[in-house]
Design a protein around this ligand. Structure first.
Ligand code: AMP
Length: 283
C-alpha cells in the first residue's frame, strides 16, 4: 500500500526514515491529473532509486491566469490509483495552507532564463515554480528529482536553482511522452473539445516539418513558416514560436550559434494553452 502524506512534518519524517535506512529516494513533483508522461518519470525514479515519492500539488502561485488555475483538472482518486499501480511508495498531497502558512514574498531572478518565452508570457510563473520546488526539495531531500523535457525552460530553471543554492539533488531530465497521434501528453488536454482534440496533433506535425525544413533553410525562414502555418489552422492562436539554443535558451539567428537548436511553441486552442518543443538541429 502506498503511503499518503498530507503534512510537511510527516513528509520530512518519511524522507528521514528512508535516508536513515540507507535507501535512495527519487522525487517526482506534479500538479496531478496524471497521465503516461508523469508515470514515465515515476518509472524512471523507481528504476534508479529504492523509493519514489510523488507530490501532487496544484501550486496557486505559479498561475498567472486565474481561469487557468480554476479550470486546472483535478483527479486525485485516479491519480492515487495510477501511482499505486506504478509502484510509487509515497504520495505527498499537501493543502495550500500547509505549503504556504504565511504570505509568500520570496523573489528569484534567474537572469535571462526566466525572462524569455514562458517567463515573458507568464509573468511570475517561474518565481512560483522556484518557490514550490525549493520548498519541496527542502522537505523531502531526495537524492534525485525527475522533470519532463516538455517543460524544457522549467528544467533549465530548476537546474539553475539547484546550482545556485547548492541543493544536494541530482536533476534527471525525461523525454516528452506523446499520444499516438503525436500530441504531447498534458493534463490540460482533458479540457479540449473533441474537435479541438482532433486538431491539436497539428502542433507536433508542424514542428516535425520545421525540423525537415531546418536542414535546408535558414532560421528566419523556418520561424516564419511555423508561425504562418500555425496561424492558418482554424482555432489555433500561436502565442509564440521561438528558435533558441537548447543550452542558454537565447534566440539564435543562425543554426551554428548553438550545439543544439530547439523550437519552442505555445498555441492556444479553444481557451486551452498547449506547449511543446522539438530539437531542430544539433551540431
Ligand atoms: P505538471 O503536473 O504538468 O506540473 O508536470 C509534472 C512533471 O511532469 C513536469 O516535470 C513535467 O515536465 C512532466 N511532464 C508533463 N507532461 C509530460 C510529458 N508529456 N512527457 C514527459 N514529461 C511530462
Amino acid at each position: 500500500m502506498q503511503k499518503i502524506i498530507r503534512t510537511r512534518a510527516e513528509a520530512a519524517d518519511f524522507a528521514a526514515s528512508v535516508r536513515f535506512s540507507g535507501k535512495t529516494m527519487g522525487f517526482v513533483p506534479t500538479m496531478g491529473a496524471l497521465h503516461e508522461g508523469h508515470l514515465s518519470l515515476v518509472r524512471k525514479a523507481l528504476q534508479e532509486n529504492d523509493y519514489c515519492v510523488t507530490s501532487i500539488f496544484v501550486n496557486p502561485i505559479q498561475f498567472n491566469n486565474r481561469e487557468d488555475l480554476e479550470k486546472y483538472p483535478r483527479t486525485p482518486e485516479r491519480d492515487l490509483q495510477m501511482l499505486e499501480e506504478a509502484g510509487c511508495q509515497a504520495v505527498f498531497m499537501p493543502s495550500v495552507d500547509e505549503m504556504y502558512p504565511e504570505e509568500v514574498n520570496e523573489h528569484y531572478d534567474f537572469g535571462h532564463l526566466d525572462k524569455v518565452m514562458e517567463g515573458a508570457f507568464r509573468p511570475g510563473h517561474f518565481n512560483g515554480v522556484a518557490i514550490v520546488v525549493k520548498r519541496l526539495f527542502e522537505i523531502i531531500q531526495p537524492h534525485k528529482a525527475y522533470f519532463g523535457e516538455k517543460d524544457y525552460q522549467q528544467l533549465a530553471i530548476i537546474r539553475e536553482l539547484v546550482r545556485r543554492y547548492q541543493i544536494p539533488v541530482k536533476i534527471v531530465a525525461c523525454p516528452i511522452v506523446r499520444e499516438d497521434d503525436g500530441l504531447a501528453m498534458s493534463s490540460r488536454n482533458m479540457r479540449l473539445s473533441a474537435e479541438d482534440r482532433r486538431k491539436a496533433p497539428q502542433i507536433y506535425q508542424t514542428l516535425l516539418t520545421a525540423r525537415q525544413l531546418a536542414k535546408e533553410h535558414d532560421v528566419a525562414f523556418v520561424k516564419n513558416w511555423v508561425l504562418e502555418t500555425l496561424k492558418s489552422i482554424e482555432g489555433f492562436e500561436p502565442e509564440y514560436f521561438e528558435i533558441a539554443s537548447g543550452e542558454t535558451l537565447l534566440p539564435v539567428n543562425h543554426w551554428d550559434e548553438a550545439d543544439t537548436v530547439m523550437g519552442f511553441v505555445v498555441v492556444w486552442l479553444g481557451g486551452v494553452r498547449l506547449i511543446d518543443n522539438i530539437e531542430l538541429r544539433r551540431k
